[in-house]
Design a protein around this ligand. Structure first.
Ligand SMILES: Nc1ncnc2c1ncn2[C@@H]1O[C@H](COP(=O)(O)OP(=O)(O)OP(=O)(O)O)[C@@H](O)[C@H]1O
Ligand SMILES: [Mg+2]
Length: 296
């Protein structure tokens, strides 16, 4: 448990999507092929799928960048079409690819983008400090590395303290330390009751950050569930054993009733064991089992 309060289901969903379809202009084939899901207030929802599945496209629809969709999208109980510019006061967006002004410093970029909001802003320097950019606050963004741009991109989404946060591949291109920082900030936002829509093909991120995940392949959602429930349903707990018999032999056995498994007991008695450990199915194993496709 993350320690956050679960919002009772009597509240309307923050995001409700029904029969959503989308084709890029000039393209006959649908990129999003009739998907349905809803996200409750304070919930962290992950969109997990391989490259080209339609994750970023869906996020762009939800943030009103691609208006010519079919189906229904309601955000904060109001159809997307009925929202005016005030919509952007309520959402924060971390784009897949950073889009800053290279000739401005990080601080100037934050101030510029912050000026569009009709809301008090969080302190820009404090935000930069959170992601290790305080000392580079006055550096021009064109001289930033990719990872620095990603971190700036990330805090830009937070500065007006919106209710809903959209992050498209938030840890992509980051080293482990910076990825950890970003994930901790996301978890902190979640603890503060924010609603999160996270797009990723990183199963570890999805598992750690999301209450529920949707498996999306080829513009369709194949399954929606919590990572924990998925592991219970699909992940048979196993023991993996490696022993030397001329060459290394690898075998797996179900953890249940292991003490009655004759072959396992024989190996323990007779073979020269190299390693032995238990493991549960990863979200990636389950993704492959359910969709028949790999995540990357
Ligand atoms: N502007 C565009 N015009 C036409 N087709 C597009 C456009 N953007 C994306 N597509 C196509 O839509 C499909 C889905 O793309 P999308 O960017 O949503 O995938 P994704 O799931 O986010 O993948 P990734 O993990 O690589 O970011 C792809 O086949 C892509 O080529
Ligand atoms: Mg994408």
């Amino acid at each position: 448990m993350s320690g956050t309060l679960k919002v009772p289901d009597i509240f309307p969903p923050m995001i409700q999507v029904q029969q959503l379809q989308y084709a890029y202009p000039g393209r006959e084939e649908l990129t999003v092929k009739g998907i349905d899901f809803q996200i409750r207030p304070g919930e962290s929802f992950g969109f997990l799928g391989p490259s080209g599945a339609g994750k970023s496209t869906t996020q762009k629809i939800l943030i009103k960048l691609l208006p010519s969709f079919r189906g229904t999208v309601q955000v904060m109980d109001r159809p997307l079409q009925e929202w005016d510019k005030s919509f952007y006061n309520h959402i924060g967006v971390g784009f897949e690819l950073p889009n800053h002004f290279g000739k401005l410093s990080a601080l100037e970029n934050l101030k510029f983008f912050g000026s569009f909001y009709n809301r008090p802003l969080l302190d820009a320097m404090e935000l930069l400090e959170k992601v290790g950019l305080k000392n580079d606050a006055h550096k021009l963004v064109r001289d930033y590395s990719k990872g620095m741009k990603m971190r700036l991109n990330f805090v830009r989404a937070l500065q007006h303290d919106p209710e809903i946060l959209f992050f498209d591949e938030p840890t992509s291109g980051l080293d482990p330390t910076n990825a950890r920082t970003i994930k901790d900030i996301i978890l902190d936002q979640k603890a503060r009751g924010k609603t999160l829509f996270i797009t990723t093909h990183n199963m570890h991120d999805a598992e750690e950050l999301c209450d529920r995940v949707a498996f999306i392949v080829d513009g369709q959602i194949r399954l929606i569930d919590s990572p924990k429930a998925l592991k219970l349903k699909h992940g048979q707990r196993q023991v993996k054993i490696e022993y030397l018999n001329g060459e290394t032999v690898k075998k797996t056995f179900p953890l249940d009733e292991l003490g009655k498994n004759d072959e396992f007991l024989r190996i323990l008695r007779e073979e020269q064991i190299e390693t032995i450990h238990s493991e549960e199915a990863s979200l990636e194993d389950i993704f492959i089992e359910v969709t028949g496709q790999r995540l990357t």
